[in-house]
Design a protein around this ligand. Structure first.
Ligand SMILES: C[S@@+](CC[C@H](N)C(=O)[O-])C[C@H]1O[C@@H](n2cnc3c(N)ncnc32)[C@H](O)[C@@H]1O
Length: 424
């Protein structure tokens, strides 16, 4: 019996069109996957390998997913087995836990991928540099490093297209208002622990002896000056004040310093030595300059306690970093205590990478409330001049009450050996 031989050209066409179909649809789905899921998919075929490489490089180039004014790159040069980036969802400001997205694409870019008829993936005319270019663009270079069996049965050994994926223009996305924090006494903010809780601050009303109230904004036109009713370093409760939603001044007003996202260039660096990732200055920062707020999910205390327990379990089974922060602010009146529980573990901003230092580090924290906002933000300022490439750190708190306190690797001369911890 004569078995008809398939024509090689028609076979090739069908292979390339199914490959193209696969890649085109993969570009829609892959940006939603975690690092581990991407790594698994990258082993399946050469086209998907290339696509996952592009997504990975774009992710490495900007942890903020374009939410911030500047790209915030990851650096993991230790040649270790850790992933090249840390996977989390991004929010530039506080959000309520029931409003958090389940999925957020990362690394797709706008018009990033051009898929040829043969299923190969390109983006415009690429440079040969493999990595993150100085302008923040990501280059895939020439060739791929696929180590497995390629679509056509050959063993992957490089070759392929130059790919460059420029970072889209920065846009600030307005997600909401929330911050992370630590406990405090007598109007002073303290830090420590990591979890989410929310204690609503009572809305203030206008008293006879009080000219400023929450919910009433200033009527300054354009930019406010020292006369503005919102201008106050410490506010009425030891909490900083800024103009806000209820004010007539615009976003260019100088009294909105902490409302425009991350204010300085920073980078996320793999520190090793038991600390994991850390946040570093990528420029000189002057003393008292605002850097960023602590953004994440604002939780009820009950939810914060539940999550803390879960995170403790995960940590006891292996390396796991939670970013649940509890801020307690005892108001000067002594009648009330403000408690903020901010969890940046699943969704947060770059402040989630700031490590603890027993000597207080180079950052100070302060609660700042915008006029009209229900909750204050936990804001980070430089407590001293900071050099480029210096690690950013602050003290998580003084209290070390839990028996399962973890080892501290801050390496400061005043290191106490364990990380601050207390039950949430
Ligand atoms: C807010 S996260 C900081 C970022 C974290 N290093 C990471 O890799 O994602 C807090 C966690 O970082 C680790 N960490 C922070 N400061 C540390 C220190 N001085 N020594 C050891 N681990 C530290 C602890 O695991 C802590 O629970």
């Amino acid at each position: 019996m004569k078995i008809p031989r398939k024509s090689s050209s028609s076979n090739g066409d069908s292979n390339s069109s199914s490959s193209s179909f696969l890649v085109q649809h993969a570009t829609l789905i892959l940006p939603y996957l975690t690092h581990t899921q991407l790594a698994n998919i990258s082993l399946t075929c050469k086209s998907l390998y290339k696509l996952t490489q592009i997504i990975t490089l774009r992710r490495i180039s900007d942890a903020s997913r374009t939410f911030e004014n500047y790209p915030i790159p990851f650096f993991n040069t230790n040649n270790n087995n850790n992933p090249p980036y840390s996977y989390f969802l991004y929010t530039p400001s506080l959000i309520l836990s029931h409003n958090t997205p389940n999925y957020q694409p990362w690394g797709a870019g706008e018009g990033a991928f051009v898929i040829s008829d043969d299923g190969s993936v390109r983006f415009g005319v690429g440079c040969d540099f493999e990595g993150v270019c100085e302008n923040g663009s990501v280059s895939f270079g020439v060739g791929c490093n696929f180590q497995g069996v390629c679509d056509d049965g050959s063993v992957g050994d490089g070759g392929g297209s130059s790919v460059i994926s420029p970072i889209p223009p920065r846009t600030i996305h307005d997600v909401g208002l929330v911050r992370f924090g630590v406990g405090c006494e007598n109007g002073k903010v303290e830090s420590g622990g990591m979890s989410s809780v929310i204690s609503p601050v009572p809305l203030r009303t206008v008293d006879d002896d009080e000219s400023v109230s929450f919910g009433v904004g200033c009527e300054c036109e354009g930019i406010c000056d020292d006369e503005c009713m919102c201008f106050s370093d410490d506010g009425v409760d030891g909490i900083g004040r800024e103009c806000g939603l209820d004010c007539l001044c615009g976003m260019e007003c100088g009294n909105r310093v902490s409302q425009n996202g991350v204010n300085v260039r920073v980078k996320i660096v793999w520190c090793g030595g038991g600390k994991g990732w850390g946040l570093f200055a990528n420029q000189v920062v002057r003393k008292e300059e605002f850097l960023f707020q602590y953004a994440g999910e604002l939780l009820t205390t009950t939810e914060a306690q539940r999550r803390q327990q879960h995170y403790d379990e995960l940590a006891s089974r292996g390396r796991f970093s939670s970013a649940l922060l509890v801020v307690r602010e005892h108001l000067p009146s002594g009648k009330a205590c403000l408690r903020l529980n901010i969890d940046a573990t699943r969704i947060g901003n770059v402040a989630r990478f700031v490590n603890h230092s027993c000597d207080g580090g180079n950052l100070s924290t302060k609660l700042v409330r915008s006029t009209g906002a229900l909750f204050p933000r936990l804001c980070f300022f430089a407590s001293k001049d900071i050099q480029k490439d210096e690690e950013l750190a602050f003290s998580y708190g003084e209290i070390r009450k839990r028996s399962n306190g973890r080892l501290c690797h801050c390496n400061s001369p005043s290191c106490l050996g364990t990380l601050p911890s207390e039950d949430t």
